[in-house]
Design a protein around this ligand. Sequence first.
Ligand code: GLU
Length: 326
Amino acid sequence: METTKGRFAPSPSGRMHLGNMFCALLSWLSAKSRGGKWLLRIEDLDPGRSRYEYARLIEDDLHWLGLDWDEGGIDADGGSYCQSRRGDIYERELGRLMQTGLVYPCRCTRADIMATQAPHLSDGHIVYSGKCRPAGIEDAGREGHTSYIYDWKGGERAAAARIFVSGGDICFDDGHYGPQCIDPSRLCGDFVLRRADNAWAYQFAVVVDDALMGVDEVVRGRDLLASAAQQIYLYRLLGYREPAFAHLPLLCNEKGERLCKRDRSLDMGELRKTHSAEEITGLLGCLAGLTEKAEACSPASLVSLFDWKKVPLGDIRISPGTLPEL
Ligand code: GLU
């Protein structure tokens, strides 16, 4: 049996909150319950939002809870598990994609703003209009089609690299939410791989990294479930082996809104003042349906209890006021 390699891929744009820890713990448990390895990648693509101090705090919070990674982290291998250091690799892989003729220059402004952000559900969908799409691009790759020469340097502004999305469902079996069929041309249309300011887009970098780092199981919040379709589209074009995807319910506040890093009350800085690591682990294990009561325990003690069937499908509401007395 091949060893599983799971991963946790946080963006260092703030202190982690309970929802981020839930995701970290469950991706760790899923990998460990199958005797697999767990990798930590720092998704610091967005220069405006990523901070080194936050990346350090992510590592500290993971260590504190007892989640040790087998591979990756800030300092490993000369920083090569930090996306900000992987530009040459993205450049090379973009070059390969360009050979398909499906990547074209786009000088629209809106795309530049949205591109490097992981499109969490609450952000809504934007379907690209196709304004800059070259005529006849749908024939790229077909026999006899040779004119892939696009004008990258001309124009008044620098161009983003956008990939043409052919219509049609991408189907995959989510390890938690079951069979999915999503048509990326309806979800987002042609999407950006590299912004005009040269920042790499999340959708592209995450695929290149998971594939080249040998990740075969992607566990993360269900706000990224639909993104899996865009990502699988790229996996296929790049000839990479697709990982298994399993998405998690989101932790929400009392109003039903997804916890976010701006909302400090359930962030790890606050929680570590009032709870021990074992108490937080016990709470997360209980929220995940692995135990009946939130009793203090270690992540390792949850490994044998882990089963995707126990994990709820619906989002999980939690508020600071209702945190159980542990
Ligand atoms: N870096 C993304 C985030 O922190 C997660 C990406 C992923 O797991 O694919 O939201």
